[in-house]
Design a binder for this molecule. Structure first.
Ligand code: HEC
Length: 254
């Protein structure tokens, strides 16, 4: 009994202090959502992805690049070829050299990567006090993924808690590890217009852009899950066949 108690205490103490250390270094526990893509048969919500892309395009892309995503990839969100061409041609790209050896500007094409807001990291840092990270893989790069992105975007506090002071250009966030970051709250109620009647609230924007960033970081998730289910079904059938076969082969052996 005492041994068991000692074991239990060791367990509680190890985990307890571990968790406390984690909580003080990191941000607060994340707000968990039930995403449509959770679970073994989960899929992306196309309408949410399109709204999320709109948020990225109209808000986040002013500071954050997404260099690993190409306009043609937007087909997965349900846009057709014509719509994608129209989206891409709103951006200007440097190309060349042409036959005279000159660089020239041209409208974007579906085969271009998303246009970056800055020429390089130095320019990005000079404009923002810190380099806004590329968002292509951010949903995979941060623990909690889409839950972290949702929590971060909704977790700003205008004034830091007592005993903390912020330098100019710093902002307080409940979920950012260390709580201080160089990004001002990028979203607020009513900022982006939704044509499909979805509520134009900070929470909704954050949920939609988190889903879009999850798709960008893991565009083949649905395919992978479908393949996984097929493999499991195959293995079940195969096991059944092998079992019957075994019964048959060994039927006469006593
Ligand atoms: C005005 C510029 C600006 C805009 C607009 C902006 N960000 Fe940021 N963002 C930054 C900067 C700068 C950082 C780096 C902060 C730091 O490391 O202190 C950052 C950091 C981040 C991070 C990483 C936080 C971490 O864990 O390190 C995420 C995620 C993020 N932004 C998401 C977004 C999303 C989503 C949007 C659009 C809704 C957005 N940002 C809009 C400037 C911006």
């Amino acid at each position: 009994m005492t041994r068991r108690f000692a074991l239990l205490m060791t367990f509680v103490l190890t985990f307890g202090t571990g968790m406390a250390a984690y909580a003080s270094e990191g941000g607060e526990p994340l707000i968990r959502q039930s995403w449509s893509f959770n679970g073994p048969t989960g899929t992306y919500d196309r309408a949410a992805l399109q709204r999320g892309y709109k948020i990225y395009r109209e808000v986040c892309s002013a500071c954050h690049s997404m260099k690993l995503v190409y306009y043609r990839n937007l087909e997965a969100l349900g846009y057709n070829e014509e719509q994608i061409k129209n989206i891409a041609k709103d951006y200007t790209y440097m190309d060349g050299p042409n036959d005279e050896g000159e660089m020239f500007e041209r409208p974007g094409l579906p085969s271009d990567p998303f246009k970056s807001p800055y020429e390089n990291d130095k320019q990005a840092a000079a404009a923002n006090n810190a380099v806004p990270p590329d968002l292509s893989l951010i949903a995979k790069a941060r623990p909690g993924g889409p839950d972290y992105i949702f929590s971060l975007l909704t977790g700003f506090e205008e004034h830091p808690p007592e005993g903390h002071t912020l330098l100019p250009g710093q902002h307080w966030n409940h979920y950012m590890p260390g709580h201080v970051l160089a990004m001002a709250p990028p979203l607020s109620d009513g900022q982006v217009t939704y044509e499909d009647g979805t509520p134009q609230t900070l929470e909704q924007y954050a949920r939609d852009v988190a889903q879009f960033l999850m798709w960008a970081a893991d565009p083949y998730m649905e395919e992978r899950k479908r393949t996984g289910i097929k493999v499991i079904l195959f293995l079940l059938v195969f096991a059944g066949v092998m079992y019957t076969l075994k019964k048959k082969i060994w039927a006469d052996a006593h």
